[in-house]
Design a protein. Sequence first.
Lengths: 126, 145
Amino acid sequence: MMQAYAWGAIVGIALTSTLGDVLLSRAMKQVGDVGQLWDSHGLWTVVGRVLRNPNFLLGVLAMTAAFYTLLLGLSWSDVSLIAPASASLTFVFNAVAAKLFLHERVDHRRWLAALCVAGGVVLLAA
Amino acid sequence: MTFRKYLVLAGVMFCAAIGDSLLSRGMKQVGGVSLDHLPKVILAVLNPSVALGILLLLGFFASYMTALSWADLTFVLPATSLGYVVLTLIAKFYLHETVSTTRWIGILLISAGVGFVTQGPELTHHPAKHAPKEECVAVPAGEKP
């Protein structure tokens, strides 16, 4: 039963993390290169621009949901299963979401990587 | 890729791995949380290991956001995948968890798979191309804008 709970938590973490990742990535692309912005305008400008971005706030909300799902998952199973499995599944979901919502060019190399990661997840669950 | 960018990626990798390990140790100390006692998971942040884990995850978050400002999401995630190997080493030697051969092979496969991605460009989508263009107002000849 605990194993079923653990896998439920893993899928929950992956879905909420993907939503958070996509929103945060969109927010940071809107903010611009943090290194260059820091050098030219200072730290507080960077912090201000990030905190005022609605996508950032929604992304943090999704990440918070992912975090508490992670805590639940860690109380049900080993970290060496929960953390890599959820992160790997997140990677596969992210490849799809990045192509659909962020318009990133996910080429054959990145899809191949996604398949390898999916295979790794299956082995982790074995 | 500059040295500073590699440092940011290393920050993402190590902060996530060590932070997750501390969370794991803390949650083992807190004990199993049943769905009937969900508030217990919120109070878990008072555990020192969980609190330190959260601090490291904040470091992870700052590094991660910085990396996302100059690289694709599908580049940043795999580029930091060596964190899984670090995490497994910590789980094995520090948390004394049992890590089977199959799990080791799975983690190696994940690392190998994501290694493909790091050979490609860090940014494939240029937001500037999709950003809304500034409105241009035609100014008749002879008039000042």
